[in-house]
Design a protein around this ligand. Structure first.
Ligand SMILES: NC(=O)c1ccc[n+]([C@@H]2O[C@H](COP(=O)([O-])OP(=O)(O)OC[C@H]3O[C@@H](n4cnc5c(N)ncnc54)[C@H](OP(=O)(O)O)[C@@H]3O)[C@@H](O)[C@H]2O)c1
Length: 168
């Protein structure tokens, strides 16, 4: 029997749930980003067209499943016109854990499907124009939690903490 593919989401949000401004991240925290990359590994990931266009592509873009509604859109990664198409593509390739990397619209769309949420909370509460949707509308249990205090080297310029939450 084939194993069910899990759907996971990774996000870093401020204390006010902010995740971005002008289609960019609002902080640079190498320790958080390295942790994020470690979790993502070599899994397939779903990414919104805006996030894809705004990011600096520090990830393995061969594994990016880019969502757009624009049939004329072109990029070097695989393009999909609906969430279901992207999910099926990953499942057909034997993926065990598909990652949802945002942005806001993509997180909102996939929230009902998320099994595991890898959530970093960054000690920032400045306003932005993209926010993480309310995951508290679902019931979760905490599998992991740790805090990373800021330090004097450049790895952690801002306090952040991490939660691994599994949907009940
Ligand atoms: N802090 C974090 O962890 C984090 C992570 C990721 C992103 N972000 C931030 O989030 C912001 C971007 O979020 P966003 O909400 O503006 O954009 P987004 O979610 O990245 O992309 C939205 C676009 O995805 C496509 N799309 C959305 N739903 C679709 C569907 N059901 N079917 C087909 N295509 C669909 C559409 O593309 P078309 O317009 O081409 O049709 C839509 O305009 C940026 O500021 C970014 O930095 C932060």
């Amino acid at each position: 029997m084939t194993k069910k593919m899990k759907v996971a989401s990774i996000v870093a949000m401020g204390k006010n749930r902010v995740i971005g401004l002008d289609n960019q991240m609002m902080w640079h925290i190498p320790s958080e980003f390295n942790h994020y990359r470690g979790l993502l590994g070599d899994h397939y990931f779903v990414i919104g067209r805006k996030n894809y266009d705004g990011s600096h592509h520090k990830l393995n873009m061969e594994k990016a499943l880019v969502l757009t509604r624009n049939c004329d859109y072109e990029c070097e990664s695989s393009i999909f016109y609906s969430p279901q198409e992207a999910i099926e593509f990953a499942r057909d390739r034997g993926e065990t854990e598909l990652f949802v990397l945002g942005g806001e619209e993509i997180y909102r769309t996939f929230m009902p499907l998320i099994d595991t949420l890898y959530l970093s909370i960054v000690d920032i509460d400045q306003p932005g124009d993209a926010y993480f949707p309310p995951h508290e509308n679902y019931s979760w249990h905490k599998k992991r939690h740790f805090k990373v205090p800021k330090n004097s080297n450049e790895e952690t310029p801002i306090d952040w903490e991490f939660f691994e939450l599994e949907k009940n």
